[in-house]
Design a protein around this ligand. Structure first.
Ligand code: ZN
Length: 384
């Protein structure tokens, strides 16, 4: 819930090459409206989730157990004190296959104020659950942290605590923070627009990157849901401590703003569940895009004929040949046995034959990856 509405700022983005990805569409189509609604019913049933209450503890335990039931094993209980009261964030990590130490954070607060908070923020909470459920066995290049913040309603205290204690102290490498807060719409209204939020406030060094991420978010929403998008600036939710720390943020917020936030009438009956379902689909496509989800089935077929690399062993002068990727942007990386990227190069428009010069690496065996359009090709190479 946001307390003030400020005038709309208009800003222009450069155009970004981004294409519809059939695999991301299939993930979006896998979102199950019944599952989402069942989770939202449970969330509402826990009651008023203010910090220090049994109700919020029960909600936390339900979230925790849900992730365990999906098969997640890296769950962190992040305890802190909010105005002297014990509170906890839940952080669930899914490790990426190519960039395990770079994180896409998707977050939603689960505490509520005065009412059960079905919209604010049961809506964001159940979206995270549904995306986590579906992505459990999908490889992603980047690691994902699903974060359920507490004490948002007390002044963003959960996310402030997390940024101070975990992000800053570990110098965490964050690709993007994707915040979802109050996206349930209003019963009886036409809810067909979602607001995509970008960082428009100081410090400004991270604002252009937030614009780009938010344009990508809006493109994904339009690719993978039936919704239209509008832009607004980010304020009043858990991305704020991240953007103040110089991270790249983006977020979703409902266009028709519920009048029931922070009241006992913030109930499912006052929401638009079809809208929530569409927001979930758009968020699924967006998260798949940000984390670069990989379609292993089509990958193996694609992989066989798509790429050859020679000679190997090589003195560092390599040729890669690809027919299927011609004209596309490609990121070529060399990864050592410990999984660390030791060399990489981005080619904006790849030719049928590309000559690479890989110097300064010790002799040995490496993995070369060619990443393009959400697909990744892998080959072992040997340098002499
Ligand atoms: Zn909220």
């Amino acid at each position: 819930m946001k307390l003030t509405l400020l005038p709309l700022l208009f800003f222009a983005f450069g155009s970004i090459a981004q294409t519809y990805n059939p695999f991301y569409a299939s993930l979006a189509d896998d979102c199950n409206q019944d599952t989402i609604n069942q989770n939202l019913n449970l969330f509402e049933g826990f009651g008023v989730k203010e910090i220090g209450t049994t109700e919020i503890d029960n909600t936390y335990n339900w979230l925790y157990n849900s992730y365990v039931s999906y098969g997640y094993t890296d769950l962190q209980e992040d305890q802190f004190f909010a105005t002297g009261i014990g509170a906890k964030n839940l952080i669930v990590t899914k490790t990426g296959t190519v960039y395990p130490n770079t994180y896409v954070i998707i977050d939603a607060h689960y505490d509520t104020s005065n009412g059960p908070g079905a919209n604010d923020n049961g809506s964001g909470t159940v979206i995270l659950l549904e995306l986590a459920r579906l992505l459990k066995d999908v490889q992603t290049e980047y690691s994902i942290k699903f974060i359920h913040f507490s004490a948002e309603e007390n002044g963003l205290l959960g996310s402030i605590n997390y940024v101070n204690d975990d992000v800053v102290s570990t110098n965490m490498d964050i690709k993007v923070v994707f915040n979802i807060d109050q996206v349930g719409g209003i019963a009886g209204m036409t809810n067909d627009i979602i607001v995509c939020e970008s960082d428009q406030s100081p410090p400004t060094a991270n604002n252009a990157a937030s614009d780009i991420a938010t344009t990508e978010l809006a493109n994904c929403i339009e690719f993978y849901s039936t919704l239209s998008t509008e832009f607004y600036f980010a304020y009043g939710s858990d991305y704020v401590p991240f953007m103040n720390n110089g991270e790249i943020v983006t977020g979703l917020y409902e266009k028709n703003e519920t009048p029931y936030a922070h009241t006992s009438n913030d109930l499912i009956v006052n929401m638009d569940l079809d809208y929530l379902y569409q927001v979930t689909k758009g968020a699924m496509g967006s998260l798949a895009h940000f984390a670069v989800a990989l379609d292993d089935v089509s990958l193996s077929e694609f992989d066989k004929s798509a790429l050859s690399i020679y000679p190997t062993p090589s003195d560092g002068n390599l040729t890669i040949e690809t027919q299927q990727l011609i004209g596309q942007k490609a990121i070529i990386s060399v990864i050592d046995v410990s999984g660390k990227i030791v060399w990489n190069q981005t080619i904006q428009s790849i030719a049928a034959k590309e000559h690479l010069q890989i110097n300064d690496l010790t002799a040995g065996s490496y993995l070369m990856t060619v990443e393009s359009e959400g697909r990744i090709l892998r080959r072992k190479i040997i340098l002499q």
